[in-house]
Design a protein around this ligand. Structure first.
Ligand code: SF4
Ligand code: SF4
Length: 214
């Protein structure tokens, strides 16, 4: 016998502006075109292995205003960005971009000064956001990632100091093994031309972001 947990949602608590908030963001423009055909979910490799992520369901939840439920879920952090759902969608909804929009809003709202409106990121969200941050910082610093520095800082700060550092020690032998086999570099990459070019891209992206927000 299969038991299914049925969750109920009180429509009186719905945030009816949530869908407009997503549509207003870069990448969320096509949200309302979704006609719930499920092609995205059927093709999603993450949904296929039984994790929480269900693209069609997330879109439905956004459309009916389940803002807190969606933004605090771990599902929005499980997408691996393979674009299968986007390729298969007959309505060009572009779910892979919508998930990025949801992540952006979740991170932004986790810093909301108003305690009543603040979003509590799931554990998966905190870890993924922290990893993305270390990745971006590493690219800014070196012109591309330098794994020992990036992973070291991820464990040190992303997972909470000092416990993160202790968790990181578990992987020391693996990291040394990879350095010995030349899979990752011991010394930082030093290519000032690449670094200059990458920083120019960062600055341009920041400028465009500010222009969009005006
Ligand atoms: S494939 Fe497109 S239209 Fe169909 S449910 Fe997914 S997002 Fe909606
Ligand atoms: S991009 Fe994300 S949601 Fe879409 S199919 Fe891939 S893992 Fe699933």
């Amino acid at each position: 016998m299969i038991f299914m947990a049925i969750k109920t949602f009180n429509l009186n608590t719905a945030d009816l502006n949530f869908k407009n908030e997503v549509v207003a963001e870069e990448g969320g423009e096509h949200l309302k075109k979704c006609f719930q055909c499920s092609s995205c979910t059927l093709t999603c490799p993450v949904a296929d292995v039984g994790l929480d992520l269900n693209p069609r369901n997330i879109i439905r939840q956004v459309l009916i205003g389940m803002r807190k439920e969606v933004l605090e879920s771990k599902a929005i952090w499980q997408c691996v960005g393979c674009f299968e759902c986007t390729d298969r969608c007959p309505q060009n909804v572009r779910f892979t971009e919508i998930i990025e929009v949801l992540r952006r809003i979740a991170v932004r709202e986790s810093k909301n000064k108003d305690k009543n409106k603040r979003i509590r990121l799931s554990k998966e969200g905190k870890l993924k956001h922290s990893f993305d941050k270390r990745f971006t910082e590493s690219v800014w610093l070196w012109g591309r990632t330098w794994e020992p520095e990036m992973i070291g800082r991820y464990f040190m700060y992303g997972r909470g100091f000092p416990f993160g550092a202790l968790v990181g020690f578990k992987y020391i032998s693996m990291i040394v093994g990879m350095i010995v086999k030349f899979k990752i570099e011991f010394f930082p990459p030093w290519n000032s031309k690449a670094r200059k070019e990458v920083r120019a891209i960062f600055k341009k992206a920041k400028r465009i972001e500010q222009e969009i927000r005006v």
